[in-house]
Design a protein around this ligand. Structure first.
Ligand code: UDP
Length: 465
């Protein structure tokens, strides 16, 4: 391990970077000789501060849009450019690392970068895919292709009406990863991508896939894809905030957004379990009328709330955001552009997490024992919301109108259910506490395994290497 150099490459989304970076830290703790974390050249310029750790280095490759401006919205053209320029610049990076005396021993890549495996193969470097979606969503993709005998025809627009997975509740179309549904704008890019990953794993019995999960959280899904050689290495959540003996040092995270400095003190002034934390991750964009309804629902509950509203690019939107901000005084709530989510979730004042059910946020809610009000938007969020409500039973999924909008009354109803004194709320809070224990055990056990090198050894010694 001490003479191994791991190159980790990730797209520059916060939800991609976070688990990959946490994994990099695990490798360092397990004694890796060198870890290089790389994202796109433009992505690297967006990083607000680079955590500094011994043996950790940073690098970049190009996606063809180094100034961050994409002349097209066509996802196929963007992906083609990413593959063309990315393959070339990743090859150059691998060559230059080798030339400077730090040849890469293993390459690990996340979603949207399947061509990295070809680059690595051409240079005789072992590579492995880290799945950053929930394993349940990945397993649903697997079932989706199985049902079609591995053949996906983009002209065949049959929606999967439901998918059954042994040991889990039935997944109907509203619970599927949105990109499996025919009218989803990302279906034509993401379905072939998952098909590629799954076929590559099926074809090569020596290949394996790293999963950001643990046996206790997604046992059934892991079992279902057992022929793909799954290796659960998660949950990859920011460890420092969970370790009571550790100082909660937020420099342990890579942030692509500027964090507010206001919220810690504000949270300190609120009673235990009283605050609703509201965040929809780093990508989802809510319509203006939806934000107004959320504001109405939050103020209607008379519970304090901390709401992350990322500053948007358009000036019209910025004006609107200012208006929302002006309507909220500090007695009622606080709106911030970004925060350290793990710092917030581990604060004792937090009583509920109203969120989109992105996989990282879902894992973070489980690891901190915070009950959830789910308002999923797209991708695996719908599947994760189903797991929250029906499998772990640590929260509820809001009921939405046919057009997907959420009414203020429904927010009030759900928050009362999750945070109020009724039986369901008590059950949810009990479950959240139980899953916190189990998730922490998995994090610590994973940490211990990583310390003993066994988990990491497992995949390093896997026949592929
Ligand atoms: N996050 C954060 N501060 C915020 C909002 C989000 O640090 O104010 C982090 C959060 O902890 C999570 C990531 O951003 O790790 C979002 O990933 P997720 O998979 O939940 O959603 P995505 O952004 O990919 O939709």
């Amino acid at each position: 391990m001490e003479n191994k150099h791991f190159l980790l490459i990730s797209m520059p989304g916060q939800g991609h970077i976070n688990p990959m970076f946490q994994f990099g830290k695990c490798l360092i703790h397990a004694g890796a000789g060198r870890v290089t974390f790389a994202t796109t050249a433009h992505g690297l310029t967006q990083v607000k501060a680079f955590p500094s750790l011994e043996n950790l280095h940073y690098a970049s490759f190009s996606d063809g849009f180094d100034d961050g401006i994409k002349p097209t919205n066509d996802p196929h053209r963007i992906m083609a450019e990413l593959k063309r320029v990315g393959s070339q610049t990743l090859t150059e990076l691998l060559l230059s690392l080798s030339k400077e005396g730090n040849p890469v021993s293993y390459l690990i890549y996340t979603l949207l970068l399947p061509w990295a495996a070809d680059v690595a193969r051409d240079m005789s470097i072992p590579s492995v895919f880290l799945c950053i979606l929930s394993t349940t969503a990945f397993a649903l993709c697997y079932c989706f292709f199985e049902e079609r005998d591995g053949v996906y025809d983009s002209n065949d627009n049959r929606p999967p009406s439901s998918i059954e997975m042994p040991g889990l509740p039935l997944f109907t179309s509203k619970d599927m990863p949105s990109f499996l549904l025919p009218n989803d704008p990302h279906a034509s890019t993401l379905i072939p991508l998952f098909q590629h990953h799954i076929q590559a794993l099926e074809k090569d019995s020596k290949a394996c896939v790293l999963l950001n999960t643990s046996d206790c959280l997604e046992e059934e899904a892991i079992r279902l894809i057992s022929n793909l050689n799954p290796i659960p290495i998660g949950p990859l959540v920011s460890y420092a905030f969970l370790d009571e003996n550790n100082s909660t040092d937020s420099s342990c995270e890579i942030d692509l957004f500027e964090k507010s400095a206001e919220y810690s003190q504000w949270l300190n002034s609120k009673p235990k379990g009283s605050v609703v934390y509201v965040s929809f991750g780093s990508l989802a964009v809510l319509q203006k009328n939806q934000m107004e309804k959320i504001l109405l629902g939050l103020t209607g509950t008379c519970r304090p709330f901390l709401w992350v509203i990322r500053p948007s690019a358009g000036s019209n939107d910025r004006e609107f955001e200012e208006k929302i901000r002006d309507k909220v005084n500090e007695e009622v709530g606080l709106i911030v552009p970004w925060c350290s989510q793990m710092e917030v979730l581990t604060h004792e004042s937090i009583g509920c997490f109203m969120m989109h059910c992105g996989w990282n946020s879902t894992l973070e809610s489980l690891a901190t024992g915070v009950p959830v009000l789910g308002f999923p938007q797209f991708s695996d969020q719908t599947t994760n919301a189903k797991m929250v409500e029906e499998v772990w039973r640590t929260g509820v999924r809001a009921r939405v109108n046919e057009d997907g909008t959420l009414e203020a009354e429904e927010i009030e109803r759900c928050l009362e259910m999750v945070m109020g004194g009724g039986q369901r709320g008590e059950e949810i809070r009990r479950n959240a506490k139980r899953w916190k224990g189990l998730t922490l055990e998995a994090v610590m056990e994973g940490g211990q395994k990583r310390k003993d090198n066994s988990e990491i050894d497992l995949f390093c010694r896997y026949p592929i290497w």
